[in-house]
Design a protein around this ligand. Structure first.
Ligand code: PBE
Length: 297
């Protein structure tokens, strides 16, 4: 009898467990996509420009009116959600940007944005406080000359994503790119301990560019501090003059609202990475979804 009860409860346990582990449905190309993703776009942290742009896109494309919503998360949580969905070929719509390793790691595609809400093309700019050039012409000259590309930046970001220490990755990048570093530091005088206060948000792109530029300046004898903060305080600290510079302003659209807010007190030093892109993305197996317009269907 005891043994029988034991078997029955084991059976119940097995049934319960299998019921819990039912995986959500695969993407079905014959059904409209909205209900399949619960009319939800998986986003990142609230302070990101891409979140504000996505709210605009939801209204602009009439998705808000259909009860679509944007879920706040983090880059890491969004990417792990994306990874899970891809493993089971499930539907998902995410906020996406490039350069970023997500395009290297996952088979995803940007959705067309015919209304241009995320901007026709984006670039990453270096932004400094007013007066930085006068106070530190050497470091300023370096930042004027610092210009890499999505491929170099992507390599650094991917190495960090794989678990490398960002400062070590920066040192390795410097060693492997002597020509670029020579161009960026041409005519830049020795720092002699002069201070450079960098600020950044802990987004992968900012971690990459901040560490690389900080390390080059340190090698030149500058004393560089790197302070991580949220986007809003980042911009206001540059505007106030309690920080000197950031290498991670996505312009003209993504960081546009922050730039507009502080433009009288900050200065765009130059573009450090052209060819960026921001928008929404889905896994490539979502064959019928190619434009933000398609989400409405
Ligand atoms: N990003 C990456 C950020 C900036 C860097 C595009 C997700 C954003 O503000 O949206």
């Amino acid at each position: 009898m005891k043994r029988f009860i034991g078997l029955v409860s084991l059976g119940i346990l097995a049934i319960t467990l299998s019921a819990c582990s039912v995986t959500p449905k695969k993407y079905n190309p014959h059904e409209s996509v909205g209900p399949q993703v619960h009319k939800t776009i998986t986003g990142i942290d609230a302070g990101a420009g891409i979140m504000a742009s996505t709210q605009k896109a939801l209204s602009g494309y009439g998705l808000k009116q259909q009860d679509w919503q944007l879920q706040t998360s983090s880059t890491a949580a969004m990417c792990s959600q994306l990874e899970k969905s891809i493993r089971y070929k499930q539907p998902i719509v995410v906020t996406a940007w490039q350069p970023h390793w997500m395009f290297k790691k996952y088979p995803i595609k940007f959705l067309k944005d015919p209304k241009g809400i995320y901007g026709k093309s984006e670039q990453i700019d270096t932004v400094a406080r007013k007066g930085f050039q006068k106070d530190n012409p050497g470091a300023y000259k370096f930042f004027q000359q610092f210009k890499w590309n999505p491929s170099m930046m992507g390599d650094v970001m991917y190495a960090n994503f794989k678990g490398a220490d960002p400062q070590k990755t920066a040192k390795k990048f410097i060693k492997e790119h002597p020509k670029e570093v020579a161009k960026w530091t041409a005519g830049v005088p020795d720092g002699n301990g002069k201070q450079v206060r960098m600020t950044y948000v802990t987004w992968d792109d900012a971690i990459a560019s901040t560490n690389v530029t900080a390390q080059i300046l340190r090698d030149k004898g500058y004393k560089v501090t790197m302070t991580a903060m949220e986007a809003q305080p980042e911009w206001s600290s540059i505007a106030r003059g309690s920080a000197d510079v950031t290498t991670a302003a996505w312009m003209p659209v993504t960081s546009g609202p922050l730039y507009a807010k502080f433009k009288d007190k900050v200065e765009v030093v130059g573009t450090n990475c052209p060819g960026a892109r921001v928008g929404l993305a889905v896994p490539k197996y979502m064959k019928n979804v190619n434009s933000i317009e398609d989400l409405k269907k």
